[in-house]
Design a protein around this ligand. Structure first.
Ligand code: PLP
Ligand code: LYS
Length: 409
C-alpha cells in the first residue's frame, strides 16, 4: 500500500516537486477549523488562527476564506495576513516585544486589538497611538499562573514565564490603561502553553480570568471580550487520542453563560498540525558499530522540533509493503549530533525510499532555517486530486541574495 495525501500518492508528489517536501491536506485544514466551529457553536467565538504555527500565505488564505481571524506576533505576520487577503479587523497582535515600528504598522492598518503583555508596553502604545492621532484597542494578556502540564519550553502561563502581566499586577495595569487617553480597553486574554493533552488547565485559566473580570467590573472597567488563547494539543503517535474539544467548549460555554462577553480563541497547532507531513528521501542506510542510521534528505533545518524539544513525530515508509524493519536513528545531513528526526525508531528503509514524517503541519515549515546553507523545502497543498505548489524550493541564489562579498581593503 502506497500512502496518499487525499487522492495523490506521495511518490507522485515527490517526483513532481522533489524532496524534502511539505505536503498539506486542504480537507484536513477545513475539518480542523470546522471542529472548532462545531464544538464551540454555543459560544460563537471569533477563531483567530495563530499564524506562527504555519505562516504560508495559502494556508492563511484558506483560513481567511473559512471566516477565520488571526493571532499574530510580529509586523511580518500582520503583513502576511494582509497579503493573503485576511481582514485587518480580525487581526489581533500578541507578543512581549512589540517595537514602535510594529505598533505604527498595526495602527495604520486598523487591526482589531493589541494583546498587551506589560506595563511599559501600555505606555509605549499610548504614546505611539497619540502621535498618530489614533486610539489603540487593547486587551491585557494576563498570566493566570496555571500549570499547563506540557513541555517546559512551550509552557507560557506560569509566574516564571516571560509572558503576560502577573495576576497580582492585573488590576493596577487595567487602571493605568484606563487613565491613558490613546488606549481603549476592549478585552482580556491569556495563553498558558502549547500541546496540552489535558484541557482542564484551559478552563481553570478561564475561571481565574472571569474572577478578575468581575473585580474589574466592580471598579467600572467593562470588557467586551475574553480571549482564551490556543494550546489544544494533537496526536503525534498513531494510537494517541487527541484531546476532546467538546468538554472544554461546554465548560467555557457554561462559564460564559449570562455574561455579555464575546469569546476569542487563538488555536494554532490543532488547526494545522495533523494536516501536514514532511516527505523525505533516504540517502543512505549506514550500519554503525552501536547503531544504525537512516540518513535522509530532510534535517533539523527543515524540522527542528525533535532537536529542540525531543519531540516525537511518527515516521513510516510511504510504501507500506517494505520489509526488513530495523531499529535506527533517522538523521539529517547537518553537522550537529542533535540533528535527528527520530531516535531508536523501528523502520523499514532502503536507499531511495520515501519516508513520511507525520503531524508536521505545525511549527515545522514555519520554524525552518538555512543552517548549513541548506535551501528550505518546497510546500504543496493538496485538494482532492489537485496539488498546488504553495512555496517554491529555495535556490542557492535565494540563499545569498542579501549578502555581499565586499571586504574593506
Ligand atoms: C499568544 C499565543 N496564542 C496562540 C498560540 C497558539 O498555540 P497553539 O499552537 O498551541 O494552539 C501561541 C503559541 O503557543 C501563543 O503564544
Ligand atoms: N514551537 C513550539 C510551540 C511554541 C508555541 C508558540 N508559543 C512547537 O513546535 O511545539
Amino acid at each position: 500500500m502506497i500512502q496518499t495525501c487525499e487522492q495523490i500518492p506521495y511518490p507522485q508528489l515527490a517526483e513532481q516537486f522533489g524532496t524534502p517536501l511539505y505536503v498539506y491536506s486542504q480537507d484536513a485544514l477545513t475539518q480542523a477549523y470546522r471542529a472548532y466551529e462545531t464544538a464551540f457553536s454555543g459560544s460563537q467565538p471569533l477563531i483567530c488562527y495563530a499564524v506562527k504555527a504555519n505562516s504560508n500565505l495559502s494556508i492563511i488564505q484558506h483560513f481567511a476564506q473559512l471566516g477565520s481571524g488571526f493571532d499574530t506576533v510580529s509586523g511580518g505576520e500582520i503583513a502576511r495576513v494582509l497579503a493573503a487577503g485576511g481582514s485587518a479587523d480580525k487581526i489581533i497582535f500578541s507578543g512581549v516585544g512589540k517595537t514602535v515600528a510594529e505598533m505604527q504598522f498595526a495602527l495604520q492598518n486598523n487591526i482589531k486589538c493589541f494583546n498587551v503583555e506589560s506595563l511599559p508596553e501600555l505606555d509605549r502604545l499610548n504614546e505611539v497611538a497619540g502621535k498618530m492621532g489614533k486610539i489603540a484597542p487593547i486587551s491585557l494578556r494576563i498570566n493566570p499562573d496555571v500549570d499547563a502540564k506540557t513541555h517546559p519550553y512551550i509552557s507560557t502561563g506560569l509566574k516564571a514565564n516571560k509572558f503576560g502581566i502577573a495576576m497580582s499586577d492585573a488590576e493596577r495595569a487595567y487602571q493605568h490603561a484606563a487613565s491613558l487617553p490613546h488606549l481603549q480597553i476592549v478585552g482580556i486574554d491569556c495563553h498558558i502553553g502549547s500541546q496540552l493533552l489535558d484541557l482542564s488547565p484551559l478552563s481553570a485559566a478561564c475561571e481565574r480570568i472571569l474572577h478578575l473580570i468581575d473585580k474589574l467590573a466592580a471598579q467600572g472597567i467593562e470588557l467586551q471580550h475574553i480571549d482564551l488563547g490556543g494550546g489544544v494539543g494533537i496526536n503525534y503517535r498513531p494510537n494517541d487520542n487527541p484531546p476532546d474539544l467538546q468538554p472544554y467548549a461546554d465548560k467555557v460555554a457554561q462559564l460564559l453563560a449570562g455574561r455579555d462577553l464575546a469569546l476569542i480563541l487563538e488555536p494554532g497547532r490543532s488547526l494545522v498540525g495533523n494536516a501536514g507531513s514532511l516527505i523525505t528521501r533516504v540517502e543512505y542506510v549506514k550500519q554503525g558499530e552501536e547503531k544504525n542510521f537512516v540518513i535522509v534528505d530532510a534535517a533539523m533545518n527543515d524540522l527542528i522540533r525533535p532537536a529542540l524539544y525531543q519531540a516525537y513525530h511518527h515516521i513510516d515508509n510511504v510504501d507500506g509493503s517494505r520489509q526488513n524493519r530495523m531499529v535506527a536513528d533517522i538523521v539529517g545531513a547537518i553537522c550537529e549530533t542533535g540533528d535527528f528526526l527520530a531516535q531508536e525508531r523501528e523502520i523499514a528503509a532502503q536507499q531511495g525510499d520515501l519516508l513520511r514524517v507525520h503531524s508536521a503541519g505545525a511549527y515545522a515549515a514555519s520554524m525552518a532555517s538555512n543552517y548549513n546553507t541548506r535551501n528550505r523545502a518546497a510546500e504543496v497543498l493538496v485538494s482532492g486530486s489537485q496539488a498546488r505548489l504553495i512555496r517554491q524550493r529555495e535556490t542557492f541564489d535565494d540563499l545569498i541574495a542579501h549578502e555581499k562579498a565586499c571586504l574593506v581593503e
